[in-house]
Design a protein around this ligand. Sequence first.
Ligand SMILES: [Zn+2]
Length: 202
Amino acid sequence: MNAYPRSLREVINLLKNMPGLGEKSATRIAFHLLRMDEKDVRNFCDTLLQMKRLISPCKKCFHLADGDLCSICSDPNRNSSLVCVVETTSDLISIEAAGIFNGKYHVLGGVINPMENVTSNDIRIRELLDRVDEEEVKEVVIATNPTPEGEATAHYLFELLKDKPIQVTRIALGIPMGGDIKYADPVTIKFALEGRKRISGD
Ligand SMILES: [Zn+2]
């Protein structure tokens, strides 16, 4: 390995810190970058920098956005009265890939987890309650993962939302216990959404 020039070695070291890349893949990509035209490498770097500069959390739902609002929040054809609460952007993207949900989202940014010192103040629960109070929300679908922390967070949300004049539902069938929405296939997600059950509201 020390036979590599220092500058190439540094690129390999950076790449192998990426998730899913080991020494071999990192080396292959580094050699590919080395063979690319300088113009294409610059374009690649500019694209990365542009992503870093532009992307910030959507001001409404906390999904990733290129501006103030994400593409879902700014879509007039989406049903604003239906809000699906998810743990992460990855979960949101998996639900979107199933193609059957036409409401909007709220990304909590995690779940309550006392073992890791994550409290209700560390995730975007206050912001969800504000949306329910300020927007024309009729139903909140709680789509946290069926893990102990996801279930506890769902229960906590239910307690906060149960007295509001809205329906509160929880995704039910489909996602296995201990599973993770971001790894679920579209059919599983379809069943999970269709099988959601009411836990509060009329
Ligand atoms: Zn949004």
